[in-house]
Write a protein that binds this ligand. Structure first.
Ligand SMILES: [Zn+2]
Length: 185
């Protein structure tokens, strides 16, 4: 098993534990808090997901302190700030597995499909509309939005001197807010 495959397996296994757990089961102990404060962080995956309060990446993957480098923004859209966060984690923390995690029942995707938002929200819905084109089915649109983000990351790091896209494992998945399951694309 390659390292990247093993890391994906770790996410899958964490999600399986989450589905059967009464309480979140990542290690958030004072001992680990102390250790990571002292030794620094070595997260094994970067997760880009929505800010939706029902989507809790550390819980979903049974991850503890220092395991996931999480970037949350409504509609899991990407702009330069998010790409900068990804670049930091990939180039400086050695985190080569990147997961874009969309979710069912996403309000941002719904707002985009209903014509888009106003004010600052429009920046988010415009990006989602760019991703989904003419698609108006929420489930399909959610997948297209994830795939668009994956492609954006791939393009952004295509010629990066330290972390070219070829050295990264960039994946997409959709989290089901009812069942708790993660469907990998
Ligand atoms: Zn959402």
């Amino acid at each position: 098993m390659t390292r990247q495959t093993a890391l994906i397996e770790r996410l899958r296994e964490g999600n399986a534990r989450y589905l059967n757990a009464a309480v979140p089961c990542g290690d958030v102990s004072p001992a680990l808090r102390e250790q990571t404060a002292r030794e620094g962080q070595t997260p094994y995956a970067i997760v880009i997901c929505c800010s939706d309060s029902r989507v809790m990446p550390e819980s979903i993957f049974s991850a503890g302190i220092g395991e996931l480098f999480v970037i949350r923004v409504a509609g899991n859209v990407l702009d330069r700030h998010q790409l900068g966060s990804i670049e930091y984690a990939a180039a400086h923390l050695g985190c080569k597995l990147i997961l874009v995690l969309g979710h069912t029942g996403c309000g941002a995707v719904g707002a985009a499909l209903s014509g888009g938002g106003e004010g600052y929200i429009q920046y988010i819905t415009d990006e989602i509309l760019l991703a989904v084109g003419e698609e108006r089915d929420p489930g399909r649109a959610c997948i297209l939005n994830v795939e668009h983000a994956v492609e954006t990351i791939r393009r952004a790091f295509a010629d990066h001197p330290e972390i070219p896209s070829a050295a990264l494992d960039i994946r997409g998945a959709v989290y089901d807010i009812r069942s708790g399951e993660v469907a990998w694309l």
